[in-house]
Design a protein around this ligand. Structure first.
Ligand code: UDX
Ligand code: ADP
Length: 475
């Protein structure tokens, strides 16, 4: 009986926000291992291979340096899914798992179509013994599906070419915007499975840079459920603080003072209690919906309703902020111009999935406003896809528009002739906005709505702006 499967080549199916950075860090920390990242999206792979590192499909601080050092040394990006699978001793499945839009569980359960397709490819092309690792966030018991597909393709004993599989769950806890640091210094690495030899092989990889005591092993289902639970708890904290923000605004308490006072209790801690327009990102909503679906499946209606509230408050908060903006601007924003500062779901990423900015911008456009949108990393095409509306181009800047949006490359361009600046993402540069310059570009009375409490509002007020801040008593 062997105690370890030697790993020379790793393949990752899916070159997205999880697969790309995770494999880059493995390649950096394990120079003895060849790491191949494969994706069916040709454009994505082309950009991962682009000499111009500004064009990498994922923006993550520190990622470009790793790509520069490892790409075409021991890290490769390719659309050759079949060959990559054939060559690999270990395969990570890191494909997209969006919420189902139709059929059983629509709006709640994850669509496992991409997981199933890639697993079938693994079943078809893998050689010898292959460790298959579930990396995408998935509903509990997905590993079972992966196992069933793979086992049915295993070679019968006695046949000439042996093909066998071990299936592990190894959920990724990285947060976008700090992915490289999270991968290099994880709080824990979680490996779920029952094949001790495969677990040891994966542990050996992480041991290249993670202390052994931080690598914990569980059974498959605990591993899968831990990921959903961690994300549900984090999201719950944000909904909790956002609900208290609304009370602060009504009562004259200040959410930052409350958040600080509460967070100093060691049992609570100060992380994930910053108020915001609402949590976004590809994981929180999807994972809570998966949890709700699981609860409903097992008849745990009260538990399902409990977690559903975390999502309800998140949506309510976005709509609440949209309503406040309209109210403050004399009850109508039709024919008004509003500058949106920040579109990504959080700072330091170009990802807009489930960004609160999408809902808030849609609400404001629906009310007849025209939006001048600026984000340091999100491009015009992405915003158009998210808003489901093309930008207005080639228009006379003094023309009165209604229910349109256009893309701006600088905050100043967005602020020109607008009635309000609305900060939706906490990009560092919004800390130091030049209020003396911006305020003269705007129409009077000019408003600042700061949903992230990041701007220097004293300075904005000094230059004649009216200021509304989330979770504070406001004028
Ligand atoms: C999350 C988990 O943190 C990570 O462990 C998991 O692997 C994937 O999902 P991510 O979605 O990338 O990561 O970012 P995160 O930092 O968790 O932020 C999610 C959302 O919550 C963002 O919209 C952010 O702005 C918001 N947020 C976060 C708050 O509103 N307040 C906070 O205090 C923290
Ligand atoms: P995540 O945030 O989980 O990384 P992304 O959507 O950013 O999700 O990335 C998932 C990637 O997986 C996409 O680039 C998609 O093209 C890729 N993908 C989906 N199915 C397959 C498949 N069968 N083979 C290869 N790549 C796939």
């Amino acid at each position: 009986m062997r105690d370890n499967y030697p790993i020379k080549t790793i393949c990752c199916i899916g070159a997205g926000y999880v697969g790309g950075p995770t494999m880059a860090v493995i390649a950096k920390k394990c120079p003895h291992i060849k790491v191949i990242v494969t994706d069916i999206n040709e454009e994505r792979i082309k950009n991962w291979n682009n000499k111009n590192l500004e064009r990498l499909p994922v923006y993550e601080p520190g990622l470009d340096k790793i790509i520069m050092a490892c790409r075409n040394e021991n890290l490769f990006f390719t659309t050759q899914v079949e060959n990559s699978i054939k060559e690999a001793d270990m395969i990570f499945i890191s494909v997209n798992t969006p919420t189902k839009t139709r059929g059983i569980g629509a709006g709640m359960a994850s669509d496992l179509n991409w997981v199933e397709t890639s697993t079938r490819q693994v079943a078809r092309f893998a050689k010898d013994h292959t460790i298959v690792i579930e990396k995408s966030t998935l509903p509990v018991r997905t590993a079972e599906t992966i196992k069933q597909i793979l086992v049915s393709s295993e070679s019968q004993s006695g046949s000439e070419n042996t093909k066998t599989f071990s299936v592990l769950s190894n959920p990724e806890f990285l947060a976008e915007g700090s992915a490289i640091n999270d991968l290099e210094n994880p709080d824990r690495v979680l490996i779920g499975g029952d094949d001790d030899v495969a677990i040891k092989s994966l542990t050996n990889i992480y041991k290249c840079w993670v202390k052994e005591e931080k690598i914990i092993t569980t059974n498959l289902w605990s591993s899968e459920l831990s990921k959903l639970t961690a994300n549900a708890f984090l999201a719950q904290r944000i909904s909790s603080i956002n609900s208290i923000s609304a009370i602060c605004e009504k009562t004259g308490a200040n959410i930052h003072e409350v958040s600080k006072a509460v967070g100093l209790d060691k049992r609570i801690g100060n992380k994930f209690i910053s108020p915001s327009p609402g949590f976004g990102g590809s994981c929180f909503k999807k994972d809570i919906l998966n949890l709700i679906y699981l609860c409903k499946y097992y008849g745990l209606e009260e538990v399902a309703e409990y977690w559903n509230q975390v999502l309800s408050i998140n949506n309510w908060n976005r709509n609440r902020i949209s309503r406040i903006i309209v109210d403050k601007l004399f009850g109508t924003i039709s024919n008004k111009k509003l500058a949106i500062f920040g579109f990504s779901f959080k700072a330091n990423t170009n990802d807009t999935r489930e960004s609160s900015a999408i809902q808030i911008c849609k609400n404001l456009i629906e009310e007849g406003a025209t939006l001048a949108i600026y984000d340091p990393k999100v491009n015009e095409d992405q915003i158009a896809r998210d808003l489901n509306q093309k930008p207005k181009v080639n228009f006379n800047k003094s023309e009165i528009l209604s229910g349109e949006w256009y893309f701006c490359s600088t905050p100043e361009e967005a602020a020109k002739r607008c009635d309000a600046i609305i900060i939706l993402t906490e990009w560092q540069e919004f800390n130091n906005l030049n209020w003396s310059k911006l305020s003269v570009l705007m129409r009077k009375p000019s408003w600042l709505f700061d949903t992230r409490n990041i701007a220097n509002y004293n300075l904005a007020e000094k230059y004649g702006m009216k200021v509304w801040r989330l979770g504070s008593e406001n004028q």
